[in-house]
Design a protein around this ligand. Structure first.
Ligand SMILES: NC(=O)c1ccc[n+]([C@@H]2O[C@H](COP(=O)([O-])OP(=O)(O)OC[C@H]3O[C@@H](n4cnc5c(N)ncnc54)[C@H](OP(=O)(O)O)[C@@H]3O)[C@@H](O)[C@H]2O)c1
Length: 232
C-alpha cells in the first residue's frame, strides 16, 4: 500500500502585511504573473457566484474599485459572461486610474459590448440605483487589502446603498470597508454573504465584528505557490 495522502492543514488566517509579502514573493521572487493570479482569483469568485444563482435568475452586479481587488472583480465578470450570466458592471473611480492588469480585463469586457458604468464621484451614484434594483446578486470588488484609512467617497455611499439593497453579496478577498487585521469597520463596510479569501483568509474576518461582515469564508489558493500558503 502506498503512503496515505498528506493531510492538508486548515489555512491559517494572516495579517494584511503578511498576505502582501506572500503576494509579492509569488509575483517577484517566483515570477508568477499578476495577470495569472488575477485570472484564478476571478475564476474562484465566479464559481462562488455560480453557487448562489443561475443565469436565468437575473443580472449579477459587479462593483469594482480601481485597485487589484477591482481587477479580480473584472476577471470574475469575464467568466460569468462566458457562462451566460447577464451582468451589470460598475467601476467606482475614473477608468483611467486602472492599472495594467485590471485595465486588460476592462478592455476585454468593453470589446465584448459589456458597458462599464464609471462612478468617479457621488454625483454619478444615482446611476447605480437601476442595476442595484435589477440584480439578484452583488459582487463586491471595491476594496481589498490595499485599503488605507476610512473609506472615501464615492465608495462609502455606494457601500451604504449595497447594504440597503438586501441583495446577497460575494465579497472578493475581504468585505469592502472591513479592516483586514482588526475586524473593525472603516466607516461603512459591506455585509457579505460569502467572502472568497484569496491565498489565505485575513484575520479581520474572524475578529471583532468581522464574522458578521464576512459571512461564510471560502479560501482559494489562486495558484500562489503552496510553499507560501502552508506554514506553522
Ligand atoms: N498578486 C495579486 O495580484 C493579488 C494576489 C492576491 C490578491 N490580489 C487582490 O488584490 C487586492 C489588493 O489590491 P491592491 O493592493 O491594489 O489594493 P485594493 O484593495 O484594490 O485597494 C487599492 C485601491 O483602493 C483605493 N483605496 C485605498 N484606500 C481607500 C479608502 N480608504 N477609501 C477609498 N478608496 C481607497 C486606492 O485608491 P488610491 O490609490 O487613490 O488610494 C486603490 O484604487 C487583494 O485584496 C486581492 O483582491 C491580488
Amino acid at each position: 500500500m502506498g503512503k496515505p495522502p498528506r493531510q492538508r492543514r486548515a489555512p491559517r488566517a494572516v495579517s494584511v502585511a503578511r498576505m502582501q509579502q506572500i503576494d509579492a514573493a509569488a509575483i517577484e521572487t517566483i515570477g508568477v504573473p499578476r495577470l495569472l493570479l488575477m485570472e484564478h482569483a476571478g475564476l474562484a469568485v465566479a464559481r462562488a457566484a455560480r453557487m448562489l444563482t443561475a443565469p436565468s435568475a437575473g443580472p449579477i452586479f459587479v462593483c469594482c474599485g480601481t485597485g487589484f481587488n477591482g481587477g479580480d472583480g473584472l476577471a470574475a465578470a469575464r467568466h460569468l459572461h462566458e457562462w451566460g450570466y447577464p451582468l451589470r458592471l460598475l467601476v467606482a473611480g475614473p477608468l483611467d486610474r486602472l492599472r495594467a492588469e485590471p485595465a486588460t480585463y476592462a478592455t476585454i469586457l468593453q470589446r465584448l459590448n459589456l458597458p462599464l458604468l464609471e462612478v468617479p464621484d457621488t454625483a454619478r451614484l444615482p446611476q447605480a440605483e437601476r442595476p442595484l434594483k435589477e440584480c439578484v446578486l452583488i459582487i463586491d470588488a471595491l476594496l481589498g487589502i490595499g485599503t488605507r484609512g476610512a473609506v472615501r467617497e464615492p465608495i462609502a455611499s455606494l457601500i451604504v446603498r449595497l447594504n440597503r439593497s438586501g441583495k446577497p453579496v460575494v465579497a472578493v478577498d475581504l468585505p469592502s470597508g472591513l479592516d483586514g487585521d482588526t475586524g473593525l469597520a472603516q466607516g461603512p463596510a459591506v455585509k457579505a454573504t460569502v467572502t472568497v479569501a484569496l491565498g489565505l483568509p485575513k484575520q479581520g474576518c474572524f475578529r471583532g465584528a468581522g464574522p458578521s461582515y464576512a459571512g461564510s469564508v471560502i479560501v482559494e489558493s489562486i495558484t500562489i505557490p503552496r510553499a507560501f500558503l502552508e506554514f506553522d
